[in-house]
Design a protein around this ligand. Structure first.
Ligand code: DGJ
Length: 758
């Protein structure tokens, strides 16, 4: 339609130019020009009206989100699902439904306004400058631009016909990965401020016979506990109001299966997630027509936002992908997308490490650390990570009651400072990384004494602590500078520092910023402040690996992961627990993001612990000197084995083969893009009598025509494998019949490697 408009205006211009040149009689010329202007004035708007009844599809390799503009200029979602071969047929979809009446014409709004015709959950609620609460949003125009190869950006402008108030909806689509990031931007030119009471990133609309929600909840050491239920009528809200560490009770990731719960290989499923490290809110509402409305974005809890005329209010993105081939396909798409476009250094390498948290806690000195540096080398990993406890002098950080905020080396523990440790590490042949928790402060700290105004707390109320600490007010630019400088000073003093673990252990109680004029902006400004700091860090230190930690998995989201190379899923490193947790995380995050450390948690043998930690980014937090000679030999070999397969785990395709929640053996396969080689991890997750692999595990993701050799790897010294590595199997056989890893109570974890034999 735009093209027609363009040619019409060209034609008008050419005709006018011609007239100007050829007609000499001034009155005739004026009359003719007037006539043409009038005609084109009628024609162009007519064409525009036609444009406003347009169908707007967002198509990716397999899917389509189809929006439609009606004669009233309402923008609605007519379809979301598999794309049609003929895009011309999208407009016929609405006619095929005979559902109950929509009393508002807005149930399927692409961005539901409130206070006018709407009767359901809105995406946006405002109070205009004149105090009026009604909003109507009508389509004005849309455009598509090419961001890069395979990535395009659709923007749709909506405007209120009465108020000078507009919303632009953005849909950034990643063609190959079938992923869409959707966000909105609000702006007005009213004669005063407008208050935004709700401001979703996205408003989706699904049609199916039933909807099945897979959601997550948790607590410290109990992250990613799944629940799957049928969505009933009414509203189900997934949200967080914690301010920081916002995923402690609930992450923003979820799945919706259509018609029946999707399995790994079957069923239609949508994965959703809010790219925001603060309070989020996802409303799932089954409407009176039995369709599912999804409204997702930042949480508006305690956060009405005052928007000045001419200012832009831009929401974070809501991320989603859809597959009709089950959960496995949806995961693989999201993994590719994350590595290709979002995660810091997603296609890069990672460092294996030895961490000292569980071997020393706060109790270390230079002598102990020198020993640990030697152990790091002995293990064969790349880096030693010094955890909590290295700082604070007036209030030394000898436990978690004091010192947070005072980022100077503790003179007793480290008289020669971090830079000497880094040198010592280099001499030992390893790299050195360090733990920080820069957003936090202990009341027992010099920072708190000097800058009580930098601390989030209600002036008239008692302080209330989470792990004996409070949160710094990152909405304050001076605090942002302070936090940036913690990192910057570390790198300035010791440029060879090779890794940062960024922790965040407290939630926000008594939310109040002495810097903010409008307290309602606080929760949003906090996260914006955090992102400002992270942006500055990444601008100056683009490649340094950084772990996103939050007392475990209290902050795992793609808003933050664009600045981090990996995350800490949980302080719970019991390998049995981890098999379940890592399984659930793996739906949404690629293995390269998951920092898995071998520790003393759990009752499983060392081999089991190492095998479980290998399914991601391997690390250790053990006392190496206490390992028996055989255990040490095993671990040293395991690091080498890991080095030989880690690329497949990090960058390959993941297939969850056997689910620990309904089988006594969990199996997960990773294969390289060429289907030439891969690794399969198998674990006994049920210790009852005689449990184990009775039947073969069916592989997936192989080439049916190729022949593969399967061998067992990562064996404990002295053990022999019952797997005959001389046999070959076709991919067809391995995928239809399977392979038996022979997991049982005597072989509780088994790692297999398969390779194309020819
Ligand atoms: C919580 C983290 O999850 C742990 O790994 C460790 O770094 C401690 N904080 C240190 O206080």
């Amino acid at each position: 339609m735009k093209v027609i408009n363009f040619f019409l205006s060209l034609f008008r211009q050419a005709f006018l130019d011609n007239l100007k040149m050829n007609i000499t009689n001034k009155t005739t010329k004026r009359l003719l020009i007037g006539l043409i202007m009038m005609l084109s004035g009628i024609l162009l708007p007519a064409i525009t009206v036609l444009a406003q009844t347009a169908t707007i599809p967002v198509e990716t390799a397999n899917n389509a989100l189809v929006m439609q503009v009606n004669a009233n200029k309402d923008l609605s979602i007519e379809y979301f699902g598999l794309k049609l071969a003929n895009a011309g047929e999208y407009s016929q979809i609405p006619g095929t439904y005979r559902q109950a009446a929509d009393y508002t014409g807005l149930y399927n709004s692409a961005y539901t306004p409130s206070g006018s015709r709407n009767l359901l959950e809105p995406a946006i609620t405002v109070t205009h400058a004149d105090g009026n609460n009604s909003l109507d949003l009508r389509y004005v125009s849309h455009k598509v631009s090419e961001v890069s190869d395979g990535v395009s950006l659709l923007s749709i402008l909506l405007r209120d016909p009465v108020y000078n108030f507009e919303v632009t909806l953005y849909y950034k689509s990643y063609f190959k990965e079938d992923v869409i990031e959707q966000w909105s931007s609000v702006r007005h030119h009213e004669k005063g401020n407008v208050i935004l009471y709700k401001y979703a990133s996205a408003n989706l609309y699904l049609k199916a016979d039933s909807y099945w929600l897979r959601q997550y909840h948790g607590d410290w050491a109990k992250e990613m506990q799944p629940e799957e239920t049928r969505v009933t009528h009414g509203i189900k809200t997934l949200d967080s109001k914690l301010g920081t560490r916002t995923n402690l009770f609930q992450p923003s990731v979820f799945m919706i299966s259509l018609d029946k719960p999707a399995t790994e290989d079957e069923g239609s499923v949508l994965y959703g997630s809010v790219e925001w490290s603060g309070n989020f809110r996802v409303d799932l509402e089954t409407d009176p027509q039995d369709n599912l409305r999804i409204i997702a974005g930042m949480n508006n809890y305690a956060s009405p936002y005052t928007l000045k005329p001419g200012e832009d209010f831009v929401t974070p993105a809501f991320l989603y992908t859809f597959s009709d081939k089950g959960k496995g396909d949806a995961s693989r798409k999201l993994h590719s997308w994350a590595r290709n476009y979002k995660l810091a250094d997603g296609k890069g390498s990672r460092l294996t490490l030895l961490n000292n948290w569980e071997s020393t806690y706060f109790d270390f000195n230079e002598t102990k650390l020198a020993e640990l540096l030697r152990d790091t080398k002995k293990l064969g990993v790349d880096l030693f990570l010094l955890d909590d406890g290295w700082f604070g002098n007036k209030y030394p950080r000898n436990d978690d009651h004091a010192g947070l905020g005072d980022w100077q080396e503790n003179r007793q523990k480290l008289p020669n400072g971090i830079s000497s440790l880094v040198k010592e590490a280099q001499a030992a042949g390893v790299k050195f990384g360090i733990w920080i928790e820069p957003e936090m402060v202990n009341p027992k700290s010099e920072l708190y004494e000097k800058h009580p105004d930098w601390v989030i707390k209600q002036p008239k109320r008692d302080e209330y602590y989470f792990r004996n600490q409070l949160v710094l007010d990152l909405s304050n630019p001076r605090v942002q500078d302070f936090v940036f400088n913690i990192v910057d000073n570390l790198f300035t003093k010791t440029p060879d520092l090779a890794y940062i673990k960024w922790d965040c252990n407290a939630v926000i109680y008594n939310a109040y910023s002495s810097w903010q004029k409008n307290q309602s902006h606080f929760y949003i400004s906090y996260v914006e402040g955090l992102y400002n700091v992270l942006k500055r860090i990444r601008a100056k230190y683009p490649t340094v690996p950084m772990m996103l930690c939050s007392g475990g998995g209290g902050r795992v989201d793609y808003g933050a992961l664009q600045y981090f190379t990996e995350f800490w899923p949980s302080d719970n490193t019991d390998p049995l627990e981890r098999i379940f947790m890592q399984w659930e995380y793996s739906y949404f995050y690629p293995a390269i993001t998951s920092s898995n450390h071998v520790t003393d948690w759990g009752k499983q043998p060392l081999k089991f612990r190492v095998d479980a930690a290998m399914m991601g980014k391997l690390g250790f937090d053990i006392v190496v000197s206490k390992l028996s000679a055989k255990d040490l030999e095993f671990v040293q070999n395991a690091v080498k084995t890991y080095d030989s397969v880690r690329e497949i785990i990090w960058q390959g395709d993941q297939y969850r083969l056997s689910d620990p929640t309904n089988s006594s053996v969990a199996s997960i396969l990773y294969t390289d893009g060429d289907k030439k080689t891969g690794v399969v991890f198998n674990y006994l997750v049920n210790n009852r009598y005689d449990h184990g692999n009775k039947t073969p595990v069916r592989f997936r993701g192989l080439d049916p025509a190729k022949r593969y050799r399967v061998k067992e790897i990562n064996m404990y010294p002295g053990e022999t494998s019952p797997v005959n590595a001389d046999l070959t199997y076709s991919g067809d056989f391995l995928m239809k019949i399977g392979f038996n890893p022979m997991v049982n109570s005597g072989r509780t974890s088994v790692v297999l490697k398969f390779e194309a034999a020819d």
